[in-house]
Design a protein around this ligand. Structure first.
Ligand code: NAP
Length: 342
């Protein structure tokens, strides 16, 4: 199995992570790279401000960048790392022309006929693509992955759903790479915490309901839970940390919750980690600097699971540009490839 893949927004923070994760991928081979118009026809290695490792991978260094146009892209799968306003038009154009689009952008995430998927959480929602193609008259389709803060949270909530989860409160401490490059000015974030990230709380409060909702064969019925979020930017390069308070419709013990976290099964896919959730027992873990690369950045690390007056509380942490972005799209694409959807 070998598929040609393109990366849209290839010069950005998430675009670079895509290239890094795809460099030696067993199923996917990079066939095209696109970013803004001014870069068309120029070699990727000369155009990118490469920030994720020592050197631009050789397989893309001399690759000429192509226009953001389906006519100029030869690929089976298109990975999108575009800003949302650009993604709305561009992703639709690719899907219309028959491409499979795996998107990080928020543009289509909450549309009724567009799957919002985490493979270990709601793989059955991929079936929505049939409705999407029919309704929109597209030959291809768009599948999205959630916002980076939502992904870590929902991976930890999935096993708690069977224990009678009702209410979730979350306070995030989000890394700088989540704002793209150059992102937040150093003068604003050094020695500081910024208690506001535009549009973030709305995404973290709504996306989990779709992800944890039930697909009834036609549409997704939102999960009957409430999520309240407060989002903050902190001076960490990679890795979103989240403090989570959960309430259930019955008394749930710490041991039950830990057993549930550890029971979330990995998938048999190249980018899947051995353990989806790693539970740490030390009182001061997880920490982004120590734990973000667990499972090559695809594991989510949970710690400090403890009783609260109304339920439980814990910390969850994950790598925002890997599990929270590029790795999430690649895992979705691997699942689609395995299911014969590509
Ligand atoms: N960073 C994260 O942790 C994270 C997590 C989950 C989801 N996301 C989402 O992923 C997407 C990319 O985020 P990012 O952090 O990688 O952003 P970024 O670093 O700002 O990169 C944006 C990319 O899009 C390209 N681009 C911008 N405007 C364009 C235009 N008008 N036409 C064509 N290309 C254009 C840029 O190309 P040029 O270099 O040529 O300008 C660049 O390649 C966003 O939708 C974001 O919300 C990010």
């Amino acid at each position: 199995m070998r598929f040609k893949v393109a990366v849209l927004g290839a010069t950005g923070m998430v675009g670079q992570k895509f290239i890094q994760l795809l460099e030696n991928h067993p199923w996917f081979e990079i066939s095209a790279l696109a970013a803004s118009e001014k870069r068309v026809g120029k070699p990727y290695g000369e155009e990118v401000n490469w920030l994720v490792s020592a050197n631009v991978p050789e397989c893309v260094r001399d690759m000429e960048m192509v226009p953001m146009d389906p006519k100029h892209v030869d690929a089976d799968i298109v990975f999108s790392a575009l800003p949302s306003n650009v993604a709305r038009e561009v992703e639709a154009a690719f899907a219309k022309e028959g491409f499979v689009v795996a998107s990080n952008a928020s543009a289509f995430r909450m549309e009724e006929d567009v799957p919002l998927v985490i493979p270990e959480v709601n793989p059955d929602h991929l079936q929505l693509v049939e409705t999407q193609k029919k309704k929109r008259g597209w030959d291809g389709f768009i599948v999205t992955n959630p916002n980076c803060t939502t992904i870590m949270l929902v991976i930890s909530l999935k096993p708690l759903m069977d224990l009678g989860l009702k209410t979730v409160r979350v306070a995030s401490m989000q890394a700088l790479s989540g704002a793209g490059y150059p992102g937040v000015p150093s003068m604003a974030i050094t020695d500081n915490v910024i208690p506001f990230i535009k549009g973030e709380e709305e995404k973290v409060e709504t996306e989990p309901l779709k992800l944890l909702g039930k697909f009834d064969g036609k549409k997704v019925n939102p999960a009957p839970i409430k999520v309240s979020a407060s989002c903050h930017r902190v001076p960490v390069i990679d890795g979103h940390t989240e403090a989570v308070w959960v309430e259930f419709d019955r008394d749930v013990s710490v041991e039950e919750a830990i057993a549930a976290f550890e029971s979330l099964k990995p998938l048999d896919l190249p980018t899947s980690p051995e353990k989806v959730i790693i539970v740490r027992s030390e009182p001061d873990r997880p920490q982004p600097r120590l734990d973000r690369d667990e499972g090559n950045g695809m594991s989510v690390v949970v710690g400090r699971v403890r009783k609260d007056s109304n339920g439980l509380k814990y910390i969850v942490m994950g790598h925002n540009t890997v599990r929270g972005a590029a790795g999430a799209s690649i895992l979705n694409a691997e699942l689609m490839a395995k299911n014969g959807m590509i």
